[in-house]
Design a protein around this ligand. Structure first.
Ligand SMILES: O=C(O)CCC(=O)C(=O)O
Length: 250
């Protein structure tokens, strides 16, 4: 049985029930979406609840492919329009700084990109994108960290890592549970997102995204979400990362 989210105090009962209902529905639907080569895991449940191969959010039609079931890794197309991608890059403007790692926010060779975080719902563009990502990820937007923008120049990378915090970190008391990395441009060469434990490699494509989750009871499944951003060889790479937390952050 899935561990419950622990904080819904500002949600109406209708919203809360809709969300619980989604989780129950996911349980029912799961057998339909599992490939025959991957056995169902009776004690586990996915957060992402879309079945089939396409979802519609408002006016946006989003085709998706489940690349791996346990842990779930999904490739999504047309998550952001080309205009939205360009706007995010423009809005990040002169706020880009050398990226840091971990909750202590230190510079490290693990991660050589530049980055910035938008404030929560900082403007209408950000608020609209946050709402769409929250719908796709099936987690209330109140659990969403501020959207992060990353820029990699040739040779820059993010070595393989987990997105969740170790139990020894203070941040683990409200840990991350899922990630969506949205590609904001096409990269001439390199810059793939890779999952070494799952032998999955996703090449960046403007407007597409890779989603994965790590809220499983079985820690071994969570550990398999080890992933990284391969060095950019030619051109540059821009991504927006949305992380969801177990409890609300806003
Ligand atoms: O740049 C990528 O492809 C991956 C980014 C990433 O791993 C992250 O933001 O956690």
């Amino acid at each position: 049985m899935k561990r419950a989210f622990s904080h819904y105090s500002t949600k109406t009962e209708e919203q809360r029930c809709r969300y619980v209902g989604t989780l129950v529905k996911d349980n029912e639907d799961r057998s339909m979406s599992i490939s025959s080569t991957e056995p169902e895991k009776a004690s586990e449940q996915h957060l992402f609840d879309s079945v089939g191969s396409v979802m519609t959010i408002g006016d946006t039609t989003i085709p998706f492919t489940k690349l791996h079931m346990w842990p779930l890794v999904v490739l999504l197309e047309n998550v952001l329009s080309h205009e939205e991608c360009d706007q995010l890059i423009k809005l990040s403007g002169d706020r880009m700084k050398r990226s840091k790692i971990s909750s202590e926010r230190v510079v490290n060779q693990m991660r050589t990109s530049s980055g910035m975080f938008f404030e929560e719902s900082e403007n209408d563009v950000i608020a609209s994108i946050e709402r769409r990502l929250s719908r796709i990820m099936n987690i209330p937007v109140e659990h969403a960290e501020g959207l992060q923008i990353l820029n990699y120049k040739p040779g820059q990378e993010y070595k393989a890592h987990h997105d969740y915090f170790l139990p020894t970190s203070k941040a683990a008391s409200n840990n991350r549970i899922s990630t969506m990395v949205v590609y904001l441009n096409d990269v001439e060469e390199g810059g793939e997102t890779y999952f070494p434990e799952l032998t999955i490699t996703v090449p960046p494509k403007k407007g597409s995204a890779v989603y994965f989750e790590y809220f499983y009871n079985d820690e071994e499944l969570n550990k398999k979400t080890l992933h990284g951003g391969a060095p950019v060889v030619k051109g540059e790479k821009w991504v927006a990362t949305q992380w969801m937390r177990r409890k609300r952050v806003r």
